[in-house]
Design a binder for this molecule. Structure first.
Ligand code: FCX
Length: 435
């Protein structure tokens, strides 16, 4: 069977033709007007990027290469005895658009295990960080420092031809994903204790190894959770802050380590990936204020007090989605299967019945429904990971899958430097004065 790189080499010439044909047929068609409000409004809804791994529908949620979350849960290979899809398979799907065989997935696990070691100096960088430095800052520094051994950066310095860019980009993308468990595990143990980092086991899958490095591999449920978690957090089309940042920085031909380091800095913001930490902090604050088995009335009042304090309700709302996030639903189903009686899970379910009504009544949020972050912390807490400010690191490990696969294609298809046009308010006033 073909390796992922061999399959890519077959697919790239076809995709170059496919893009050429799409541009020849549709290239001069208009995508509709741009409103001045969109320049001021964070470019919401502005069609502006090509992103092949996934497309987000406001009502239905994410599809990875055309497949919904339940469809990929069904179709992707599982670990022996496991029920959740292996993220290795999701990566194969994101890169090729094809469902891999179990054998191809096993080969990827082995390949990543073989690439997993991180340079000594990167270990030193992590070890020197004060434990008070947020794990996301440590994560982004370590990933950025991997640029030291970038195959792409080296090939570029050696004068590689543009047609060949994708090869070293692929190697960097694979190295990037492979090295994240060692980075995440080292940060976790430095910050929270837990002893020396064990070695990666080349016979185990990626999520199993990640669980081992974090010190949670004695819990089979946690390993299964990581498989699901990494799969559903991997990609959410191209416009979100982390994905778009990676693509933007990559467009300057910064290598995948520099590009994904930048993605992580965006993911670390509270309106984006940091929200999963914020949800747990918010839930704990609520419990300390109104007690553990609070009535619906008391919860409702607490939600209102959050809004009246000028804060957002973390885990609710979305820039694109207008219905409950299917990533939330997938995690809820996992909880129903593995932890139906967990008190914190019950609180999350109780909140689901209250927050949307309050947000609707408050009348500002365009989407009152929960997003992915409303649920993830509860599952991690159940398995004993209550180190909330580590949660976004796991989101970051997952997001590498989506960003890395797009970076490979951007270099294969010769994606240009991004350079949209900006205007000053003075310029807007002048341009539209008499229109
Ligand atoms: N609580 C309170 N107010 C909210 C809200 C929420 N959960 N969601 C939106 N609003 C407010 C906005 O703050 C905005 O207020 P303003 O007019 O005073 O600026 C207004 O409603 C309109 O915002 P809207 O168009 O609905 O949403 P945006 O596209 O601007 O923002 C996010 C989307 C996700 C940033 C917003 O819903 C939010 O802040 N949610 C809470 C944080 C969160 O959960 N982020 C994670 C999102 C995601 F899943 C991820 O990236 O991981």
């Amino acid at each position: 069977a073909a390796t992922l790189k061999e399959r890519l080499a077959e697919l790239i010439p076809k995709e170059l033709e496919n893009v050429k044909a799409a541009r020849a047929e549709h290239g001069k068609k208009s995508f509709g007007p741009v409103l001045v409000d969109q320049l001021y409004g964070g470019m919401r809804g502005l069609p502006a990027l090509i992103w092949d791994g996934s497309v987000l529908d406001a009502e239905e949620g994410i599809r990875f290469r055309g497949k919904t979350i339940p469809e990929i849960q069904e179709a992707l290979p599982k670990a022996p005895g496991g029920q959740e899809p292996l993220p290795e398979g999701l990566f194969w799907l994101l890169v090729t658009g094809e469902i891999p065989t179990a054998e191809q997935v096993t080969e990827l696990s082995k390949d990543w295990a073989a690439r997993a070691a991180i340079p000594d100096f990167v270990e030193d960088i992590i070890d020197r960080c004060p434990p008070t430095l947020h794990p996301m800052s440590q994560f982004s520094m370590a990933v950025t420092a991997l640029n030291h051994n970038s195959a792409f950066a080296k090939a570029y310095q050696n004068g590689i031809s543009k047609k060949e860019y994708w090869g070293p980009t692929f190697e960097d993308a694979m190295d990037l994903i492979a090295k994240l468990p060692n980075i995440a595990g080292r940060i976790f143990r430095n910050v929270y204790g837990g002893g020396k980092l064990p070695a990666i086991d080349p016979t185990k899958d990626y999520s199993h190894n990640l669980a081992t490095l974090l010190g949670f591999d004695d819990k089979p449920g946690f390993i299964e959770l990581l498989r699901l978690y990494i799969t559903i957090h991997s990609d959410h089309e191209g416009g979100n802050v982390s994905a778009h940042t990676g693509k933007l920085v990559g467009s300057a031909l910064s290598d995948p380590f520099l590009a994904f380091g930048a993605s992580l800095n965006g993911l670390a913001g509270p309106l984006h990936g940091l929200a999963n930490q914020e949800v747990l902090i918010w839930l704990r604050k609520m419990q300390s204020k109104i007690g553990e088995n609070a009535t619906d009335e008391a919860v409702k009042e607490y939600v209102w007090s959050t809004l009246k304090g000028g804060q957002v309700v973390p885990g609710y709302g979305h820039a694109v989605l207008r219905k409950t996030d299917p990533r939330y639903t997938a995690q809820r189903e996992f909880a129903l299967k593995h932890l139906p009686d967990d008190p914190l899970f019950k609180l999350v379910a109780q909140i689901y019945n209250i927050v949307p009504g309050v947000l609707l009544e408050a009348g500002k949020a365009k989407n009152p429904w929960p997003n992915v972050d409303a649920h993830s912390g509860v599952l991690l807490t159940y398995y004993g990971m209550d180190q909330m400010n580590f949660y976004t690191v796991l989101f970051g490990v997952s997001r590498a899958f989506g960003v890395a696969s797009q970076l490979i294609w951007d270099r294969a298809l010769g994606a240009p430097l991004e350079r949209p046009k900006s205007y000053s308010t003075e310029a807007i006033k002048k341009i539209f004065a008499n229109k």
